[in-house]
Design a protein around this ligand. Structure first.
Ligand SMILES: *[C@@H]1O[C@H](CO)[C@@H](O)[C@H](O)[C@H]1NC(C)=O
Ligand SMILES: *[C@@H]1O[C@H](CO)[C@@H](O)[C@H](O)[C@H]1NC(C)=O
Ligand SMILES: *[C@@H]1O[C@H](CO)[C@@H](O)[C@H](O)[C@H]1NC(C)=O
Ligand SMILES: *[C@@H]1O[C@H](CO)[C@@H](O)[C@H](O)[C@H]1NC(C)=O
Ligand SMILES: *[C@@H]1O[C@H](CO)[C@@H](O)[C@H](O)[C@H]1NC(C)=O
Length: 296
């Protein structure tokens, strides 16, 4: 590119009878940009570091592809139904839909530069029991480390609503798709230091939507739970999903359908299996000061 520009300016200089003057040829900048497509240099795939071997790379790439599928469906659900969707209102309350649409769109269609997944444990955290990965924070703000435990525990979206999973009773990071969505939101290129942790866990997410939904459309957990619930309901088990037990919350007008949802003909195995599944996964989550839930 640089060489090309040099050749180009040399060619132009040779063609010009006089040296370029500041007021020079006004079409000059345009002819330059016209040579490359407007989106030259776009990064369309999330970069995976050379420290990841073939198996690791393949699983991370499959996981990221599922993240895109999850985010894309969440976006399409909102674009189709806006707040007519009960699931939308459950997670985002009375908020306008554009911010959540954008939060999903940037994952699907945003440029994927300045994001890096690596496998070489540069901070030594992968040795910590139960550690599946982390955002490097001040050690590398664009970078996310994926540890071996991820390859052993994360599930494909194809298992959605199986293996005892329910939206309300299981951790979001059971799935590669939601785990990596959460990790992408920590990276400034995607989360823009705007998507953050405000609510901690399913119950707080639901309460936040009811009491003061202002933060909900840029809350990392809310976006994950919403995306999983609409994927379950629209795609995995159409019209039924696997929302899990719904607790009544303070507000009187809360869907009385909650009880009906619980009473759905889900196999009883779902309920008995759910707690053990949850406790298997929850050690990966811990709460930071200020109530920030961090699932590793
Ligand atoms: C990649 O690395 C993991 C973890 O060290 C290892 O279990 C796996 O066998 C490696 N895969 C290949 C293809 O070398
Ligand atoms: C992920 O999706 C991209 C784009 O559709 C595709 O080229 C790539 O092969 C997929 N990766 C895997 C591991 O399936
Ligand atoms: C749904 O969106 C419409 C249009 O923006 C708005 O007037 C209405 O108050 C919203 N309803 C709820 C329950 O948020
Ligand atoms: C950053 O690196 C330091 C020193 O290696 C380490 O103690 C710290 O845990 C790392 N931070 C993160 C977020 O991994
Ligand atoms: C709702 O939350 C926002 C952001 O935390 C805050 O600025 C606002 O005052 C809150 N509104 C109410 C009515 O509590």
């Amino acid at each position: 590119m640089l060489l090309f520009k040099l050749i180009l300016s040399a060619a132009i200089a040779a063609a010009l009878p006089t040296p370029e003057s500041p007021e020079g040829n006004p079409s000059h900048p345009f002819s330059r940009t016209g040579l490359a497509p407007w989106n030259a240099g776009a990064v369309n795939q999330f970069p995976v570091h050379s420290s990841c071997n073939a198996t690791q790379r393949r699983q991370i790439e499959l996981g990221l592809n599922e993240t895109i599928a999850l985010a894309e469906h969440a976006q399409h659900h909102i674009l189709r139904w806006k707040n007519e969707s009960e699931i939308y209102r459950k997670y985002f309350g009375d908020r306008p839909s554009m911010e959540a649409i954008g939060a999903f769109d940037i994952v699907v269609n945003g440029d994927k530069k300045d994001v890096l997944f690596r496998c070489d444990n540069p901070d030594g955290n992968c040795g910590i029991e139960g550690y599946a990965g982390h955002w490097r924070g001040e050690n590398g703000t664009d970078e996310t480390v994926i540890c071996d435990l991820s390859y052993q525990t994360r599930r494909s979206l194809s298992t959605m609503c199986g293996l005892g999973y329910t939206v309300s009773e299981s951790e979001t990071n059971i799935f590669w798709a939601a785990d990596l969505l959460h990790r992408l939101y920590h990276v400034p290129a995607i989360g823009q230091n705007w998507i953050d942790h405000f609510a901690d866990g399913y119950e707080e997410v639901i309460d936040q939507a009811k009491k003061n939904a202002t933060l909900s459309t840029h809350d990392s957990e809310t976006l994950q739970y919403f995306a999983l619930e609409v994927y379950a309901y629209d795609i995995a088990v159409p019209g039924i999903g696997c929302p899990g037990v719904q607790h009544k919350h303070d507000e009187p007008h809360v869907d009385q359908t909650s009880e009906a949802v619980t009473g759905q003909p889900t196999p009883t195995a779902t309920n008995t299996n759910a707690p053990s599944t949850t406790s298997e996964v929850s050690p990966n989550c811990h709460t930071h000061e200020g109530g920030e839930l961090h699932c590793t």
